[in-house]
Write a protein that binds this ligand. Structure first.
Ligand code: APR
Length: 235
Protein backbone atom coordinates (compact mmCIF):
# COMPACT_ATOMS: atom_id res chain seq x y z
CA UNK A 1 0.00 0.00 0.00
CA UNK A 2 1.43 3.44 -0.87
CA UNK A 3 2.27 5.42 2.26
CA UNK A 4 0.12 8.55 1.86
CA UNK A 5 1.00 10.09 5.24
CA UNK A 6 4.75 10.50 4.65
CA UNK A 7 6.43 12.86 2.19
CA UNK A 8 7.60 11.06 -0.96
CA UNK A 9 11.28 11.36 -1.81
CA UNK A 10 12.12 10.24 -5.36
CA UNK A 11 15.82 9.51 -5.88
CA UNK A 12 17.24 9.13 -9.41
CA UNK A 13 20.65 7.40 -9.29
CA UNK A 14 23.36 6.47 -11.75
CA UNK A 15 26.78 4.82 -11.76
CA UNK A 16 28.23 7.47 -9.41
CA UNK A 17 26.30 6.08 -6.42
CA UNK A 18 28.11 2.73 -6.83
CA UNK A 19 31.54 4.17 -7.70
CA UNK A 20 32.80 3.98 -4.09
CA UNK A 21 31.70 0.35 -3.98
CA UNK A 22 34.33 -0.24 -6.67
CA UNK A 23 32.06 -0.35 -9.74
CA UNK A 24 33.34 1.88 -12.56
CA UNK A 25 31.18 4.67 -13.93
CA UNK A 26 30.73 4.94 -17.70
CA UNK A 27 31.85 8.42 -18.77
CA UNK A 28 34.41 9.49 -16.20
CA UNK A 29 38.05 9.12 -17.16
CA UNK A 30 38.86 5.42 -16.97
CA UNK A 31 35.17 4.65 -17.29
CA UNK A 32 33.60 1.61 -18.93
CA UNK A 33 33.07 3.35 -22.30
CA UNK A 34 36.77 4.16 -22.50
CA UNK A 35 37.55 0.45 -22.39
CA UNK A 36 34.67 -1.02 -24.39
CA UNK A 37 32.82 -0.07 -27.55
CA UNK A 38 29.16 0.51 -26.58
CA UNK A 39 27.88 -0.89 -29.89
CA UNK A 40 29.85 -4.11 -29.40
CA UNK A 41 28.90 -4.85 -25.77
CA UNK A 42 25.66 -2.96 -25.03
CA UNK A 43 23.58 -2.79 -28.19
CA UNK A 44 21.13 -5.08 -29.93
CA UNK A 45 23.36 -4.94 -33.05
CA UNK A 46 26.28 -6.19 -30.96
CA UNK A 47 24.15 -9.07 -29.72
CA UNK A 48 23.25 -10.09 -33.24
CA UNK A 49 26.89 -9.84 -34.36
CA UNK A 50 28.66 -11.56 -31.45
CA UNK A 51 26.41 -12.70 -28.55
CA UNK A 52 29.26 -14.54 -26.81
CA UNK A 53 31.26 -11.30 -26.53
CA UNK A 54 28.28 -9.64 -24.85
CA UNK A 55 27.69 -12.57 -22.49
CA UNK A 56 31.35 -12.38 -21.39
CA UNK A 57 31.11 -8.60 -20.83
CA UNK A 58 28.07 -8.96 -18.58
CA UNK A 59 29.36 -12.12 -16.85
CA UNK A 60 32.40 -10.11 -15.70
CA UNK A 61 30.23 -7.17 -14.54
CA UNK A 62 27.77 -9.50 -12.77
CA UNK A 63 30.61 -11.20 -10.86
CA UNK A 64 32.14 -7.82 -9.89
CA UNK A 65 28.77 -6.41 -8.79
CA UNK A 66 28.05 -9.50 -6.66
CA UNK A 67 31.43 -9.08 -4.92
CA UNK A 68 30.88 -5.34 -4.35
CA UNK A 69 29.45 -4.04 -1.08
CA UNK A 70 26.87 -1.25 -0.57
CA UNK A 71 28.57 2.02 0.47
CA UNK A 72 27.37 4.75 2.92
CA UNK A 73 25.34 6.36 0.12
CA UNK A 74 23.16 3.26 -0.32
CA UNK A 75 22.80 2.96 3.47
CA UNK A 76 21.85 6.63 3.96
CA UNK A 77 19.09 6.31 1.35
CA UNK A 78 17.75 3.23 3.17
CA UNK A 79 17.86 5.12 6.51
CA UNK A 80 15.61 7.86 5.04
CA UNK A 81 12.84 5.22 4.95
CA UNK A 82 12.51 5.72 8.74
CA UNK A 83 10.83 9.08 8.05
CA UNK A 84 9.84 9.22 4.38
CA UNK A 85 8.31 7.20 1.53
CA UNK A 86 11.56 6.71 -0.45
CA UNK A 87 11.31 5.62 -4.09
CA UNK A 88 14.62 4.85 -5.86
CA UNK A 89 14.75 5.03 -9.67
CA UNK A 90 18.14 3.71 -10.70
CA UNK A 91 19.89 3.40 -14.07
CA UNK A 92 22.27 0.94 -12.41
CA UNK A 93 22.03 -2.77 -13.04
CA UNK A 94 23.73 -3.74 -9.77
CA UNK A 95 21.63 -4.62 -6.68
CA UNK A 96 23.51 -2.45 -4.20
CA UNK A 97 20.44 -0.32 -3.40
CA UNK A 98 18.54 -3.48 -2.40
CA UNK A 99 21.50 -4.89 -0.45
CA UNK A 100 21.96 -1.48 1.19
CA UNK A 101 18.42 -1.78 2.59
CA UNK A 102 16.21 0.20 0.18
CA UNK A 103 12.72 -1.29 -0.16
CA UNK A 104 11.46 0.42 -3.34
CA UNK A 105 13.93 0.20 -6.24
CA UNK A 106 12.89 0.63 -9.87
CA UNK A 107 15.59 -0.49 -12.35
CA UNK A 108 15.22 1.55 -15.54
CA UNK A 109 17.98 -0.35 -17.38
CA UNK A 110 17.37 -3.85 -15.99
CA UNK A 111 19.33 -6.01 -13.55
CA UNK A 112 22.54 -8.04 -13.82
CA UNK A 113 21.17 -10.73 -11.50
CA UNK A 114 18.37 -11.50 -13.98
CA UNK A 115 18.45 -13.31 -17.34
CA UNK A 116 15.72 -13.59 -19.94
CA UNK A 117 14.82 -15.40 -23.15
CA UNK A 118 16.32 -13.64 -26.20
CA UNK A 119 12.95 -14.22 -27.88
CA UNK A 120 10.42 -13.42 -25.13
CA UNK A 121 11.24 -10.57 -22.74
CA UNK A 122 8.62 -11.81 -20.28
CA UNK A 123 10.51 -15.07 -19.63
CA UNK A 124 12.83 -13.79 -16.87
CA UNK A 125 14.80 -15.85 -14.38
CA UNK A 126 16.92 -14.86 -11.38
CA UNK A 127 20.51 -16.07 -11.87
CA UNK A 128 22.19 -14.25 -8.94
CA UNK A 129 25.93 -14.02 -9.74
CA UNK A 130 25.98 -16.98 -12.18
CA UNK A 131 27.37 -16.55 -15.71
CA UNK A 132 25.25 -16.99 -18.83
CA UNK A 133 26.91 -19.21 -21.44
CA UNK A 134 26.13 -19.80 -25.09
CA UNK A 135 23.72 -22.74 -25.11
CA UNK A 136 22.00 -21.74 -21.85
CA UNK A 137 18.36 -21.50 -22.90
CA UNK A 138 15.10 -20.19 -21.43
CA UNK A 139 11.99 -22.35 -21.12
CA UNK A 140 11.02 -21.37 -24.70
CA UNK A 141 14.30 -22.90 -25.93
CA UNK A 142 15.77 -19.51 -26.90
CA UNK A 143 19.28 -18.46 -25.86
CA UNK A 144 19.35 -16.71 -22.49
CA UNK A 145 20.55 -13.06 -22.48
CA UNK A 146 21.13 -10.51 -19.71
CA UNK A 147 17.86 -8.85 -18.60
CA UNK A 148 19.29 -5.38 -19.19
CA UNK A 149 18.28 -2.60 -21.60
CA UNK A 150 20.75 -2.15 -24.48
CA UNK A 151 21.16 0.92 -26.65
CA UNK A 152 18.54 0.77 -29.39
CA UNK A 153 16.03 -0.99 -27.14
CA UNK A 154 12.89 0.33 -25.43
CA UNK A 155 12.94 1.25 -21.70
CA UNK A 156 9.80 -0.56 -20.47
CA UNK A 157 9.97 0.93 -16.97
CA UNK A 158 10.06 4.58 -18.08
CA UNK A 159 6.27 4.99 -17.68
CA UNK A 160 6.08 3.99 -13.99
CA UNK A 161 9.26 6.00 -13.36
CA UNK A 162 7.66 9.11 -14.87
CA UNK A 163 4.60 8.68 -12.64
CA UNK A 164 6.82 8.39 -9.54
CA UNK A 165 8.71 11.62 -10.37
CA UNK A 166 5.47 13.49 -11.10
CA UNK A 167 4.25 12.60 -7.57
CA UNK A 168 7.47 13.54 -5.74
CA UNK A 169 7.45 15.92 -2.75
CA UNK A 170 11.27 16.01 -2.82
CA UNK A 171 13.53 15.15 -5.79
CA UNK A 172 17.10 13.84 -5.41
CA UNK A 173 19.66 13.05 -8.14
CA UNK A 174 22.83 11.15 -7.21
CA UNK A 175 25.75 10.19 -9.44
CA UNK A 176 24.39 10.43 -12.96
CA UNK A 177 25.56 12.52 -15.91
CA UNK A 178 21.94 12.63 -17.09
CA UNK A 179 23.01 12.31 -20.75
CA UNK A 180 21.12 9.10 -21.62
CA UNK A 181 17.44 9.43 -22.54
CA UNK A 182 14.72 8.71 -21.61
CA UNK A 183 16.18 8.51 -18.05
CA UNK A 184 17.69 12.00 -18.36
CA UNK A 185 14.28 13.48 -19.15
CA UNK A 186 12.74 12.25 -15.89
CA UNK A 187 13.72 15.38 -13.92
CA UNK A 188 11.43 17.45 -16.18
CA UNK A 189 8.37 15.60 -14.85
CA UNK A 190 8.86 16.75 -11.24
CA UNK A 191 6.27 19.18 -9.83
CA UNK A 192 7.68 22.72 -10.43
CA UNK A 193 8.34 24.01 -6.92
CA UNK A 194 9.49 21.01 -4.93
CA UNK A 195 12.92 20.95 -3.23
CA UNK A 196 15.65 19.49 -5.49
CA UNK A 197 18.99 18.07 -4.33
CA UNK A 198 21.91 16.69 -6.32
CA UNK A 199 24.95 14.82 -4.98
CA UNK A 200 27.81 14.73 -7.48
CA UNK A 201 31.44 15.93 -7.29
CA UNK A 202 30.99 17.42 -10.77
CA UNK A 203 28.36 19.60 -12.43
CA UNK A 204 26.40 17.36 -14.84
CA UNK A 205 27.04 19.26 -18.05
CA UNK A 206 23.55 19.10 -19.56
CA UNK A 207 21.73 20.04 -16.39
CA UNK A 208 20.51 23.51 -15.47
CA UNK A 209 21.27 23.52 -11.75
CA UNK A 210 19.21 26.68 -11.02
CA UNK A 211 17.03 25.93 -8.02
CA UNK A 212 18.98 22.76 -7.13
CA UNK A 213 20.81 22.27 -3.81
CA UNK A 214 24.12 20.86 -5.08
CA UNK A 215 26.16 18.84 -2.56
CA UNK A 216 29.39 18.84 -4.56
CA UNK A 217 30.87 15.69 -3.03
CA UNK A 218 31.22 11.99 -3.76
CA UNK A 219 28.10 9.99 -2.92
CA UNK A 220 29.71 8.15 0.00
CA UNK A 221 30.20 11.34 2.01
CA UNK A 222 27.59 13.60 0.41
CA UNK A 223 24.57 11.33 0.74
CA UNK A 224 24.75 10.96 4.55
CA UNK A 225 24.96 14.78 4.72
CA UNK A 226 21.97 14.99 2.38
CA UNK A 227 20.06 12.57 4.64
CA UNK A 228 20.65 14.79 7.70
CA UNK A 229 19.73 17.94 5.72
CA UNK A 230 16.46 16.46 4.41
CA UNK A 231 15.46 15.14 7.86
CA UNK A 232 16.22 18.58 9.38
CA UNK A 233 14.39 20.56 6.68
CA UNK A 234 11.49 18.32 5.71
CA UNK A 235 10.67 15.71 8.31
N1 APR B 1 29.88 9.99 -6.20
C1 APR B 1 28.88 10.65 -6.84
N2 APR B 1 28.89 10.89 -8.18
C2 APR B 1 29.96 10.44 -8.87
C3 APR B 1 31.04 9.75 -8.27
C4 APR B 1 30.96 9.52 -6.87
N3 APR B 1 31.94 8.87 -6.20
N4 APR B 1 31.95 9.44 -9.24
C5 APR B 1 31.43 9.91 -10.40
N5 APR B 1 30.25 10.52 -10.18
C6 APR B 1 29.34 11.15 -11.13
C7 APR B 1 29.98 11.76 -12.35
O1 APR B 1 30.37 13.11 -12.09
C8 APR B 1 28.83 11.67 -13.36
O2 APR B 1 27.96 12.77 -13.22
O3 APR B 1 28.51 10.11 -11.61
C9 APR B 1 28.10 10.40 -12.94
C10 APR B 1 28.44 9.20 -13.79
O4 APR B 1 27.92 9.42 -15.08
P1 APR B 1 27.95 8.22 -16.15
O5 APR B 1 29.29 7.56 -16.08
O6 APR B 1 27.45 8.77 -17.44
O7 APR B 1 26.91 7.14 -15.57
P2 APR B 1 25.33 7.18 -15.69
O8 APR B 1 24.83 8.60 -15.66
O9 APR B 1 24.80 6.24 -14.69
O10 APR B 1 25.08 6.58 -17.17
C11 APR B 1 23.74 6.43 -17.55
O11 APR B 1 24.44 5.32 -19.57
O12 APR B 1 25.84 3.84 -20.61
C12 APR B 1 24.59 4.00 -20.09
O13 APR B 1 23.26 2.23 -19.31
C13 APR B 1 24.35 3.03 -18.96
O14 APR B 1 22.93 3.35 -17.05
C14 APR B 1 24.01 3.91 -17.78
C15 APR B 1 23.60 5.21 -18.43
Amino acid sequence: MPDITRKKIVVITGAGVSAESGLATFRDSGGVWEKYDITEVASIEGWRKDPENILEFYNARRKQAAEAKPNPAHKALADLEDFFDVQIITQNVDDLHERGGSSNVLHLHGELRKARSSKNEDLVTDIGADPIKMGDVAEDGAQLRPDVVWFGEMVPMIEPATVLVSEADILVVIGTSLVVYPAAGLVDYAPPHIPRYIVDPAEPELMNLDGWNHIKERAGSGTPKLKDLIIKEHR
